[in-house]
Design a protein around this ligand. Structure first.
Ligand SMILES: *Cc1c(COP(=O)(O)O)cnc(C)c1O
Length: 444
């Protein structure tokens, strides 16, 4: 396939998956790439447009994962690739800490305009989500002069040493990689499907642990994903986030929202926190921020952000000019095409299809999420016992038919859907039909 060949607008398989060229590349990969890097579905991608990716054998696959919530504006967005090319022609790097450039400032202005943080704001840019989370912790500690950080059950915040300590799940993220950073405390998350608690009751449970086991005078920050990502798309009960944020504010504890997976229109608004009108002191972003280029940020209350001494934040590549050009273009696309509204309508279609299915299939314990961030949690019928084997079978069956879906969850029993927000209705129905067939086969 040459670059000029048009990319199909629907799923089209011309070989069994993975095809022969993917298999050749897979053997090269096995000989060259470290096995510690997850292998995913070994179909090698050549090009993409919208919600379709085309592999090296010419198969057109439907992408319902967006490379883990990154390509929310779709593949092959020409305004973004043109902005990247234009910047690449001018210069690739100066290091913003050495000699600055406008793109970095423009991204910070855009983030300050949309982040769910009250009052005057400042931002700083980094390369990855984990790096943004580490820096949010540095800022909270520096601003409060306190050491401890509280995180939640099922949390995922990254794979660096500090963020491994913040992440809940042992396998595969932490196993044999310790010792971990100290002064990290874990408290219970609101998980309505499993704890049946109201938001305020779940918050009271968490707060009593914060007070009894850490003490507000030792606690720099509470760090939470407003909708948990890797942990299983857990949506806290209404009132939970607001109660935790209020407690933080009353106790000089920084409330940090990790919106790395849930941000940038994914949940039907700029950020998941917007839904209940909750605000944070610091917000971490990455993934969907730049249409696929690596970029991350911390945006926060100016008084906290400015508490850090000059030179205390940064890095060689943070806010790379090409990534910044992509982010400015990607954020404009989200705004101009109202991708938040599209996420809400995608959410309605996905939720109603999955709810209908759950009436027939006892193995679907829960359908949850918001906007285009929707999941089904699979259990043994009539129990809360996780059914990870079914989730694995569903992913494999969808993949074999050329539909890319991801699993997640502390127990590996959740199927998550994160389609590009530009997915067409036809593509969405096609994907849901394949998923329904796979769920039916695995659960009945
Ligand atoms: C992916 C993710 C991270 C880590 O981001 P990386 O870019 O992979 O380092 C942190 N927090 C959340 C909520 C995430 O989904």
């Amino acid at each position: 396939m040459t670059a000029a060949t048009p990319i199909p607008t629907s799923r089209t398989l011309v070989t069994a998956l993975p095809g022969p060229r993917s298999q050749e590349l897979q053997s090269r990969r096995v000989a060259a790439v470290a096995t510690g890097v997850s292998k995913g579905f070994p179909v090698f991608i050549e090009r993409g447009a919208g919600a379709i990716v085309v592999d090296v054998d010419g198969n057109a696959l439907l992408d319902l994962g967006s490379g883990i919530a990154v390509t929310s504006i779709g593949h092959g967005v020409t305004t973004v690739s043109a902005a990247i090319a234009e910047q690449a022609d001018r210069f690739l790097h100066t290091c913003f800490m050495v000699t600055p450039y406008e793109g970095y400032v423009a991204v910070c202005e855009a983030l300050n305009a949309i982040a769910p943080v009250p009052g005057e704001k400042r931002s700083a840019l980094f390369n990855s989500g984990a790096e943004a989370v580490e820096n949010a912790v540095k800022i909270a500690r520096s601003a409060t002069g306190k050491p401890a950080i509280a995180v939640f059950d099922h949390a995922y915040h990254g794979r660096t040493n500090l963020t491994m300590a913040l992440t809940a799940k042992n396998m595969p993220y932490k196993h044999r990689f310790g010792p971990f950073a100290p002064d990290i405390y874990r408290v219970p998350m609101s998980y309505p499907f499993r704890d049946h608690l109201s938001g305020p009751d779940a918050a009271a449970r968490a707060i009593s642990q914060l007070e009894a086991q850490i003490g507000a005078t030792n606690l720099a920050a509470v760090l939470i994903e407003p909708i948990q990502g890797e942990g299983g798309f857990i949506v806290p009960a209404p009132g939970f986030l607001g109660a935790i944020a209020d407690w933080c504010r009353a106790n000089d504890v920084v409330f940090i929202a990790d919106e790395i997976q849930s941000g940038f229109c994914r949940t039907g608004d700029w950020f998941a926190l917007n839904d209940e009108g909750v605000t944070a002191d610091l917000v971490t972003t990455a993934k969907g921020i730049a249409g696929g280029m690596p970029l991350a940020a911390v945006t926060g209350r100016a008084d906290l952000m400015e508490a850090v001494h000059e030179g205390g934040l940064g890095g060689t590549y943070g806010g790379n000019p090409v990534a910044c050009a992509a982010a400015v273009a990607a954020i404009s696309v989200m705004e101009e095409t109202d991708l938040a509204a599209r996420a809400r309508s995608i959410g309605k279609v996905m939720t109603s299809a999955l709810r209908t299915l759950s009436e027939r299939l006892d193995g679907i314990g829960d359908v949850r999420g918001r906007g285009a961030m929707i999941a089904v949690e699979l259990v043994e019928p009539g129990t809360l016992n996780p059914n990870a084997a079914a989730a694995k079978a569903v992913v494999a069956a969808c993949n074999a038919e050329g539909v890319l879906v991801l699993s997640c969850g502390t127990y590996g029993n959740v199927i998550r859907l994160l389609p590009p927000l530009v997915i067409t209705d036809e593509q969405l129905h096609d994907g849901l039909t394949v998923l329904a067939g796979a769920l039916e086969a695995a659960l009945s």
